[in-house]
Design a protein around this ligand. Sequence first.
Ligand code: SF4
Length: 139
Amino acid sequence: MAQRWWDEGLPFKCTQCGNCCRVEGYVWVEDEDIQKLAKYLEIQPEQFEKQYVRQVGHKRSLIEKPNYECIFWDKGCSVYPARPPQCKTFPFWPQNLQSLETWLEVVEECPGAGIGPVYSREEITVLLQDRGETNKKES
Ligand code: SF4
């Protein structure tokens, strides 16, 4: 396997500060995510899509509030158990791990990046594929 700069793993522990939920951007969703979120809110997927989803090119994203907070931010994530994969895997996104420099930019914004339990290369590899979630406990 090719060597990565993060082969020795990276520490992360979410402090629940909400910085990543209160920034302009996209939260990509697919049918499966919409179904899960709609079920959590006890509404029909069609209604969820009409109310909370916007089309961006050929992809779909959750909408934001006018101040760019995630539409589901309410002093915390109000749909946490049903949050989309992108939210479950932050900050282990391909664009964030491109280089040490891109990771350090994340560390500036995310107080949880750089502290806490170390995610191994194998664990990070899974998260980079938009699978799993960052729920590792301190050992
Ligand atoms: S910015 Fe980092 S520490 Fe803050 S809520 Fe997001 S993941 Fe957690």
